[in-house]
Design a binder for this molecule. Structure first.
Ligand SMILES: [Zn+2]
Length: 107
């Protein structure tokens, strides 16, 4: 297995995820009070905010998972599905480096 390639793939993905986290953090800034914007657009803003917050949470979880994957690269338990203990195909690792499940167990 090409350890260096996998490491780079994970690092690239972490940088992208960090950028996304920063964008979501800006978007989820506090909603302006009622008198600043109309009530309807305030409701919209609150809805959008919860969507953004959910996306932010997901991005943070992905970042943590990537960090864990990166720490395992080159070790014996890297690329092993934590459910069925079978090796995860390299294509899957490169496509979804944050996952520690094979496709079958991820479903
Ligand atoms: Zn599995």
């Amino acid at each position: 297995m090409n350890t260096e390639k996998i490491r780079q793939r994970i690092e690239n993905e972490m940088i992208k995820t960090e950028q996304r986290i920063r964008e979501y953090e800006e978007l989820s800034a506090p909603v302006a009070p009622d008198d600043a914007i109309g009530r309807v657009s305030r409701m919209d803003a609150i809805n959008n905010k919860s969507v953004t917050e959910a996306a932010l949470l997901k991005a943070r979880q992905k970042h943590n998972a990537l960090q864990n994957s990166l720490a395992k690269v080159g070790k014996t338990d890297f690329g092993i599905c934590i459910s069925c203990k079978q090796p995860i195909p390299i294509e899957r690792i490169l496509f979804r480096p944050e996952s520690n499940h094979c496709v079958k167990c991820a479903r």
